[in-house]
Design a protein around this ligand. Structure first.
Ligand code: SF4
Length: 330
C-alpha cells in the first residue's frame, strides 16, 4: 500500500517544494490550506495544488483560533502574529484530518531557522509536541537536520531523498525548484500573506484587545477595512478610504453579527462612510461628523450626513470639531 501524506499548502515556495520532494518518492500527497480572517493568497494555494496535481481542501479557522490571537501561550512575533500558537492550531486540525483520511504523516514546508518567530529548533519541537503529531510531522526541507520521524524509521519515507536546508537564504530552495523543473515565473516571491505580521496592522489588533474585552470575530474583520481612529477609550471610528471600503463598511454594519453602534454617510456631498463602535454620545457623533468632513472632497456650505443608529435614520448637520484633528490613528 502506498504511503499517504497530508501537506499544509500555503502556495509559497517552501510548501510547494515540500510536497514535490515527497512526490518524487512516489508518496501520495493531498493538501490542506488554512484560511483565517487574516490570511490572503487563496488563489496562490489553488494554483500550486493544480501545478502539483494534488487535491486541495480549504479549512477555515474556527472561533477557537481567535482565542490564540487574543491570548497566545507562546507570545507574538514582531506584529500581532502568534505564529507558534497558530501553527499548533493548524497542525492539530491537520492531525485530525490525517487520521480521517488514513494518511500516516503530515508534511510542512517549514525550514529550520528561516523565521525567527516559529522556526527555531525549539519552536519546531514545541509545535510538534503540542499538536499531537509526535513523530508524524515531517519537514522535508530540513529533515536531515532533525530527528527521523516514524515514517522515515519505518521506511515509508526515504530520508536520503530529503533535504538539509536551514536559515533565511532562498538560494538553495530556488535551485531545488529549478531542479524540479519550475520556470522562474512559477516560483512565488516570499510573503507570509498574513495581516497579523504587518507592523501597521498590529496596533489595531492590540488596541482592540486592550479597549474592547467583548470583541468578536466581527471586530477582527473590521480591522482590515478603512482608517481606524480611537476617539475615546470607549469609542472607535472607522472611515472608508475608497468606494470599495465604504461599501464594505456598510455591509459589515448591516450584518446580523454587527457591533456597529452608528453609521454616518454624507447626505448632500461626496465623502466617506464612517462607522462608530462602542459608546455613542453627542460628542462621538460630532467628532465622527467632523471626521467625515475632514476626509470629504469639497463639502458644500451646510453639509449634512445621514445617521443610522438603533434601527432609525435621521439627517444631521455636521461641522468641524477639534476632536477630529486630535483623534489617534491606529
Ligand atoms: S504568519 Fe500568520 S498564518 Fe502564518 S503562522 Fe504566523 S500567525 Fe499563522
Amino acid at each position: 500500500m502506498s504511503t499517504r501524506a497530508v501537506a499544509l499548502l500555503s502556495g509559497g515556495l517552501d510548501s510547494i517544494l515540500a510536497v514535490r520532494t515527497l512526490q518524487q518518492q512516489g508518496i501520495e500527497v493531498e493538501a490542506l490550506n488554512f484560511r483565517t480572517l487574516f490570511t490572503c493568497c487563496q488563489d496562490q494555494a489553488s494554483q500550486a495544488a493544480r501545478r502539483l496535481g494534488i487535491t486541495l481542501t480549504a479549512l477555515h479557522a474556527e472561533d477557537e483560533y481567535l482565542q490564540r490571537v487574543r491570548r497566545p501561550q507562546f507570545g507574538y512575533g514582531r506584529g500581532a502574529n502568534p505564529c507558534v500558537d497558530c501553527r499548533i492550531y493548524m497542525f492539530q486540525r491537520a492531525s485530525e484530518y490525517m487520521r480521517q483520511v488514513g494518511a500516516s504523516l503530515v508534511v510542512s514546508g517549514e525550514v529550520l531557522g528561516q523565521r525567527p518567530n516559529s522556526q527555531k529548533r525549539r519552536d519546531l519541537r514545541v509545535i510538534e509536541w503540542h499538536s499531537g503529531l509526535q513523530g508524524r510531522l515531517l519537514r522535508p526541507l530540513s529533515a536531515k537536520l532533525l530527528p527521523p520521524t516514524l515514517p522515515e524509521q519505518e521506511g515509508q519515507v526515504d530520508r536520503e531523498q530529503l533535504h538539509a536546508f536551514s536559515g533565511r537564504s532562498r538560494k538553495g530552495l530556488i535551485a531545488l525548484a529549478q531542479r524540479f523543473g519550475f520556470a522562474a515565473d512559477e516560483i512565488p516571491s516570499p510573503s507570509t500573506g498574513c495581516a497579523l505580521t504587518e507592523k501597521t496592522f498590529a496596533p489595531r489588533v492590540f488596541d482592540l484587545l486592550k479597549m474592547d474585552k467583548k470583541n468578536t470575530p466581527w471586530d477582527f474583520e473590521l480591522l482590515k477595512v478603512g482608517r481606524h481612529l480611537r476617539l475615546t477609550s470607549a469609542t472607535k471610528a472607522v472611515i472608508g478610504r475608497r468606494a470599495d471600503e465604504n461599501q464594505l463598511l456598510e455591509y459589515l454594519a448591516g450584518r446580523p453579527d454587527s457591533r456597529a453602534a452608528a453609521v454616518l454617510q454624507p447626505a448632500n456631498f461626496a465623502g466617506p462612510t464612517v462607522l462608530l463602535v462602542g459608546t455613542v454620545d453627542d460628542l462621538a457623533l460630532e467628532t465622527a461628523g467632523a471626521l467625515l468632513l475632514r476626509f470629504a472632497k469639497d463639502p458644500p456650505p451646510g453639509p449634512q450626513v445621514l445617521l443610522r443608529r438603533d434601527g432609525r435614520q435621521s439627517l444631521r448637520p455636521v461641522d468641524h470639531h477639534p476632536a477630529a484633528e486630535t483623534a489617534e490613528t491606529l
